[in-house]
Design a protein around this ligand. Sequence first.
Ligand code: 6R9
Length: 646
Amino acid sequence: MSEQDIFPVPEEWAKRAHADKAEYELQYGRSLADPGSFWLEQARTLDWIKRPEISGDWSFDASDFHINWFTDGQLNVSANCIDRHLETRGDAVAIIWEPDDPSEDSRSFTYKQLHEQVCRFANVLKDQGVRRGDRVTIYLPMVPEAAFALLACARIGAVHSVVFGGFSPEALAGRITDCDSTHVITADEGRRGGKTVALKANVDKAAQHTTSLKKVITVRVTGGDVDMTEGRDVWYHEAAETVEADCPPEPMGAEDPLFILYTSGSTGKPKGVLHTSGGYLLWASLTHKYVFDYNPGEIYWCAADIGWVTGHSYIVYGPLANGATTLMFEGVPNWPTPSRIWEVADRHKVEILYTAPTALRALMREGDDYVTRTSRASIRLLGTVGEPINPEAWRWYYNIVGEQRCPIVDTWWQTETGAAMIAPLPGATDLKPGSATKPFFGVEPQIVDGEGEILHGATEGNLCITRSWPGQMRTVYGDHKRFFDTYFTTFPGRYFTGDGCRRDEDGYYWITGRVDDVINVSGHRMGTAEVESALVLHKDVSEAAVVGMPHDVKGQGIYAYVTLNANTEPSEALRKELLDWVRTEIGPIARPDAIQFTPALPKTRSGKIMRRILRKIAEGDVSSLGDTSTLAEPAVVDELVANRVG
Ligand code: 6R9
């Protein structure tokens, strides 16, 4: 690595930041040497009803598997995000909302106004029969009510499960049923990039496939036509008219569930990742403060959707717990023009901007002019998340967007980890383009080989985390065994992330991507098994195998090998039909980028599909297919190579 590939911490950053190099080393060292008292001390940054005296209590061993943090503490997450700021920052802006259409007015809510909105929402939920512990599914676009709804659930101790608005009715129904959700909060329609999405109509369709659903609360966003089912459906604005403007926060145990968020795994149906209250909030707020070097009063924008964990932790919970001004954006970065993201930043004087490599790559292709014609003078820090950032995109972000004055925090984490795990601290960590750099306080990464042998020094292998941290997921909802089996059995005694990773001679971490059957499409996780199950549901499909392929903008694309039933001929019409089929079964993000029809799939003699070979062919790397001698029918491979879709 050459000298110029390191971007040292500028002196003014070391001075102004919450942590400089010495402070990071000191606190990181303490967090590992004496985690018990370190975390009890950090926990004091939250507002507790009953302050905890117990720190982390956990074991990753099969015989005694458990994970608890601050068990004897009591708090309310919404009170931490709202009420405790009322006295000092009541008139400060909590949420700025920027609409999809730039010609419309933006809106903002002070902490006092947020308090009233959330209390009303909470009272509506109570009126509609939601009780502490109930699961509430939230299927909303990026409107302020989405933030109110999350916080309203937290206020009354209900467990929210947000389903991204891009998911299909089928996917929504599966998630409602899995957590036995009785209530859905949705909108008439959502708006994104000038298009509308019929959310309420999707809920109506989903309702036909689920039995747990009792009430649908609909927020009016576009005024579009919707069907209302008597006895089941209520308009939010009507229900909110008659409720009180105050709702006392419910005292919750630190380990009471806060939310469920479904995420794709390497096998079977999506997992309901469960996070609890105290540890999660501490992790989200502490990382938000240190990684983005946040100080109250600063305008901060995480351009994710609330349907993903990034939206949960870094639009809502982390920033609001820190008394921040957080921007919520209804639209997309490239509509109506590829300047939109920078125009929004200018319009609201955004100081900290957090987005995904896939958005940057898409905008980079449009040319620098869309960026340089905007000011961006307010921006002082840039962040990325969701997938490895290629050094070229990093440099573009740094040079063109940030004009070489803004540090870039590349944050590695997962739905399962709650918030950032490996990321630079802007006043402490020299940057290297493409590296998520160093672990956050309390995080002890370990790289192991395929047999679980620990690899030391500069090395590459599977990324594990050796000890628990407060923001760790606590279980897979309804399937604790699946939680243990998925994350703690591949390399016993450790949490296995599913990611590959390299550590360089300076101890910097470089995430190389998933090592399991998960594809990262535009920063969103897709299980290959999920797409395969959707494909084989089609009447003409006999078998399907799905792998990732390199994609310039999305990072990875979806490549599907499909064998058809006897007497069905491949055709362009059928290919299109299958693409639409997957879109309807799961959602637009799961739509394959390529479908290759094939008479057979390469299998071992025991009938296992040889995915390694399929991946190579999809990547176009056909010169090094490796050992194919164990295949039942080696000729299948030649056929696949010859008819590769590229
Ligand atoms: C927050 C989020 C998690 C997976 C993760 C990894 C990839 C996320 C990354 C990154 C390299 C980064 N990932 N951030 N890879 N550098 N900065 O994205 O959660 O949707 O659960 O995805 O995303 O592969 O395992 P989630």
